[in-house]
Design a protein around this ligand. Sequence first.
Ligand code: CA
Length: 227
Amino acid sequence: MRLLLVEDEKRMAQALCEILRLEKYEVDHYADGLSGLTAIESDIYDIIILDVMLPGMNGFEIVKKARQKGIRTPILMLTAKSELEDKITGLDGGADDYLTKPFMTKELLARLRALGRRNINTPDGTLTFGDISLDTNTLTLTCTINRQSVRLSEKEYRILEYLIANQGQILTREQLAVKIWGFENDTEYNNVEVYMSFTRKKLTFVGAKTEIKAVRGMGYKLRCDNV
Ligand code: CA
């Protein structure tokens, strides 16, 4: 799960990054409001942790602008105890949850798990599109018509999850590469095509009519015409 932390207090940010990476989150960190907002607008994150008092632009403005642009990523706001009013303002502006500083690590991780589930999982732990369903716990792909199933690799799963979450939209190869492999891995760029082909083979294997369409020069989208 890819997480964005926008926090200007250096020690706090360092400690949080360390904890979150130990918990197997992939974390990017920005220390000011403007680069934070730009990162949020890239729409590649599963969860955002956003401090309120930031140089450049405060957390409330960032949430408002992000929501106006249609970014639906769950946002957890961090507020100082003296800013209790912030809770109301933050949640009104489109944040999903808030945490008052100082907080316990355990509390933060519990909130993140809850937001992560809200983001990707339906209540029964499956994602569906056309004639396919994805089990988000076992990473199993099932054709809902013939009940044929196959286990996906982690990358194949994440490709389908991302496509389902953005159904109706075309996702570029860049978006997919960054979402699934991260900013730092230029060399993995061509992996998108390789893994697309693996994922298509799994769709064919279960006999699904749902397909990953390549839109020439633009990217990929999910399509299911005949169900
Ligand atoms: Ca701050």
